[in-house]
Design a binder for this molecule. Structure first.
Ligand SMILES: O=C(O)CCC(=O)C(=O)O
Length: 326
């Protein structure tokens, strides 16, 4: 780490050249880390929303913390530690096989808000500082993930289809939510780095479906069919500890891991405590509500009386400031 500048000096923002006609990117295929400029945080938020900015901070999370998260991941994955509430997801290629849980079969852990080791990522001051630029001072964690992305089993099921995170959230406004995504190791095209469609945080929420992939699709990996294919994909190649922050309408996904190693990342979704729940019935989000409630009933019993909003309330956890309506 000694050869890398501390994040404070490099608190910078990715700039995608803006086409003033349509507000879209210039199609650079690989993310660059431009030279640092320090900007007041509120102005950073405005730039993010009004222009094409994807805030990215090199080396924001130190290696010793990434090692701690990795160790915890392995403990949970191997069954050495029981982490209440954590969902351990196997790649669909292994889901119906007898292959045990392990780092070769698990594609992600979700909902680690009750695991103090992993949740400490969501509370890191250097992360919350940026998050609060978008959410305001009253910050709630609403969703948590450690994505393992093991080597693709040969089915291409390690891909994550292009989607907008807002599709999953029954609350608003979108401009008061943000995702932090930190690479836990070097991520690049070959191991399935994040890909984004720059500028799409201006688009409305689009219809999501399960993609029709030959090898199958992981549970809840919904994708957008009708995105603007003329927008060039941007690959976010990053080093361990580098972090990006992105808007819930930004279209993003990730490629297959075509290496023999992993492509780990840790990620938190945050919202202002003052966001409000919406009723998604009759909207394009209705089917995600049906699917989530179906899973909850399977796990907890057919007769449970729980709403989509209750599920999100249950897994949300205050990170900073005061409770509100979320
Ligand atoms: O890390 C990845 O591969 C993408 C994860 C993602 O976008 C998600 O789970 O919503």
């Amino acid at each position: 780490m000694a050869d890398r500048a501390p994040h404070k000096r490099l608190a910078i923002t990715f700039k995608f050249a803006r086409n003033s006609e349509n507000g879209r990117g210039n199609g650079r295929s690989t993310l660059r880390w431009p030279g640092g400029t320090k900007r007041p945080l509120e102005s950073r938020r405005n730039r993010f929303l009004q222009q094409e900015w994807l805030p990215g901070c090199p080396n924001l999370v130190p290696q010793e913390l990434l090692d701690k998260y990795l160790h915890r991941f392995n403990q949970i994955c191997d069954g050495e530690v029981r982490a209440p509430g954590v969902t351990v997801m196997k790649d669909v290629a292994y889901a119906k096989t007898k292959r045990p849980l392990g780092d070769r079969t698990v594609n992600k852990l979700q909902n680690f808000e009750d695991d103090e080791v992993l949740f400490s990522y969501c509370e890191l001051p250097q992360i919350v500082k940026y998050v609060a630029c978008f959410t305001g001072p009253d910050v709630k964690s609403v969703h948590t993930m450690l994505i393992n992305k093991p080597p693709d089993p040969g089915t291409m099921t390690s891909r994550h289809p292009l989607h907008q995170d807002l599709h999953y959230f029954p609350f608003r406004p979108a401009n008061r939510m943000v995702c932090s995504w930190t690479a836990m190791e070097k991520v690049h095209k070959k191991n399935g780095c994040l890909v984004v469609l720059p500028g799409t945080h201006y688009t409305p929420l689009l219809q999501h479906y399960y993609p029709e992939w030959e090898g199958g699709v992981n549970a809840m990996y919904h994708g957008i069919k009708d995105y603007d294919a003329s927008i060039p994909l941007l690959h976010l190649e990053m080093n361990a500890g580098d972090t990006v922050f992105f808007h819930p309408l930004l279209i993003h996904g990730s490629g297959a891991n075509q290496t023999t190693g992993f492509r780990k990342a840790i990620s938190g979704h945050y919202a202002s405590s003052h966001c409000y729940y919406i009723d998604v019935r009759g909207t394009i989000q209705e089917h995600i509500e049906t699917e989530v409630l179906g899973i909850a009933r399977k796990k907890l019993g057919e007769d449970i009386d729980v709403s989509f909003a209750d599920i999100w309330r249950f897994k949300s956890r205050l990170v900073q400031g005061n409770e509100g309506t979320l």
